[in-house]
Design a protein around this ligand. Structure first.
Ligand code: HEM
Length: 401
């Protein structure tokens, strides 16, 4: 009996969700980008992998962002359904513009810059707390101690919710394996929690996000209580997993590329470059999606009305048509643009905050523990959500001389 040569992935048919969950999805994404850049993944879903096509799709005002999202979580009615129809990601056109204008008042560059001392203090405290364990032979888990703890603490600070209450009601949802961004039960749990709080407006801390988002704008109007709840659920879920991934991926990239780490240690002002290069090279948000209410052409392919376009951020960010040496992690790139935060009208509203947190995490970590090394390889990535790429844990230790 003659044995058949092994079939390539292309011949077997791709499973785009399985690819996203691999410890290394980049080789498969490269093959897709080169051989089948607008890939028919079945059920009306197309995976778009080239940078120019991804940008064009994300920026096309005729494509919608939010169609059918709540149904995909099995929520055809009820609180979760209402929440997922009301948050920014579900809206388009003028309705989206109005709501986004109201939510983004709290995330302007000025507002975010004012948070810098508080974020830096949290990062310093967290790094201080893990330094002793990092000095032990077993090392310490940087995901738990810093990458997850920092965005969680920062968003808690923005809501002005007490640590004890946050620890009981919100934090457990975001522990690895606790459901994360993708879980309908998590979203519903958060929605109920915020609904409960907003039902007693007199008890809301006046400088916390829930109260601030209820304030009307004299020109634009105000968000309804449901919209406030929905966008708070979105803010928490959009902010924690992705920023955890950014911080952990940045540390991992630096520990695997010692030349880049040495440059950053010698020149701390390269921290913004390290954050941007991580968002390009190892983005924590793997994809962003759009829906075509009318027929549309993408990358030379005619797609029917009703098609869903899944834009691969990870593939676009390594497109050799756009970047020289795309598979190199290089802090000296002059061109630092990427689609790590999506694009067009739905581009990530929290990008300035995420960048601030990542810079603060790197600064605190490298100042206190400059001789850091990985205590465990290979590093396993999360397998519970095909849109988020982040290590499950990152064991690191302070190297002895
Ligand atoms: C590294 C961290 C983060 C990454 C990689 C990330 C990535 C993304 C991506 C890819 C999108 C979709 C963009 C599109 O459809 O074109 C998005 C949307 C969004 N993000 Fe982020 N995000 C991060 C952190 C945050 C933070 C910290 C917040 C809030 C505090 C936030 C709030 C939002 C919101 C509200 C949207 C929806 C905007 C809209 O639909 O108009 N994100 N983010």
């Amino acid at each position: 009996m003659t044995s058949e040569p092994p079939r390539t992935e292309l011949q077997r048919g791709w499973d785009i969700y399985e690819i996203a969950l691999r410890d290394d999805p980049h080789a498969a994404l490269r093959e897709l980008r080169e051989s089948d850049p607008v890939h028919d993944a079945g059920n009306g879903v197309f995976l778009v992998t080239r940078h120019a096509d991804v940008l064009r799709v994300l920026r096309d005002p005729l494509l919608r962002a939010g169609s059918g999202v709540s149904e995909s979580f099995g929520a055809a009615s009820g609180l979760l359904h209402d929440v997922m129809r009301s948050w920014l990601m579900a809206l388009d056109g003028p309705e989206h513009g109005r709501a986004r204008g109201l939510v983004s008042r709290e995330f302007t560059p000025r507002r975010v810059a004012a948070l810098e001392p508080a974020v830096a203090a949290i990062a310093e405290r967290l790094v201080g707390a893990l330094a002793n364990e990092a000095a032990s032979a077993a090392g310490t888990d940087l995901v738990r101690g810093l990458a997850l703890a920092l965005p969680s603490e920062v968003i808690r600070h923005l809501f002005r919710i007490e640590a004890e209450e946050w620890g009981e009601r919100v934090e457990p949802l975001f522990r690895p394996g606790g459901g994360g961004q993708g879980g309908g039960a998590v979203l519903e749990g958060l929605a109920k929690y915020f609904q409960e709080k907003i039902s007693r407006p007199e008890a809301l801390p006046p400088d916390g996000l829930l109260a601030l988002l209820r304030v009307a704008d004299p020109e634009v109007g105000s968000l309804s209580d449901l919209e406030v709840v929905a966008n708070c659920v979105l803010l928490v879920t959009a902010a924690i997993d992705t920023t955890t991934g950014l911080i952990a991926n940045a540390v991992l990239c630096l520990l695997r590329h010692r030349g880049a780490l040495a440059s950053l240690l010698a020149r701390p002002e390269l921290a913004p470059a390290a954050v941007e290069e991580t968002l390009r090279y190892e983005p924590s948000a793997l994809s962003a999606s759009r829906y075509a209410p009318e027929p549309v052409e993408v990358g030379g392919r005619e797609l029917a009305a009703g098609s869903h376009l899944l834009c691969s951020i990870a593939a676009a960010n390594r497109d050799p048509r756009r970047y020289a040496r795309p598979d190199e992690f290089d802090l000296s790139r002059a061109d630092r643009e990427h689609v790590g935060f999506g694009g067009g009208r739905h581009v990530c509203l929290g990008a300035p905050l995420a960048r601030l947190e990542a810079r603060a995490a790197l600064a605190a970590l490298l100042r206190r523990l400059p001789r850091l090394e990985l205590a465990e390889e290979p590093v396993a990535f999360r397998k519970d959500n095909p849109t988020v790429r982040a290590p499950v844990r990152l064991l690191v230790r302070a190297a002895r001389s």
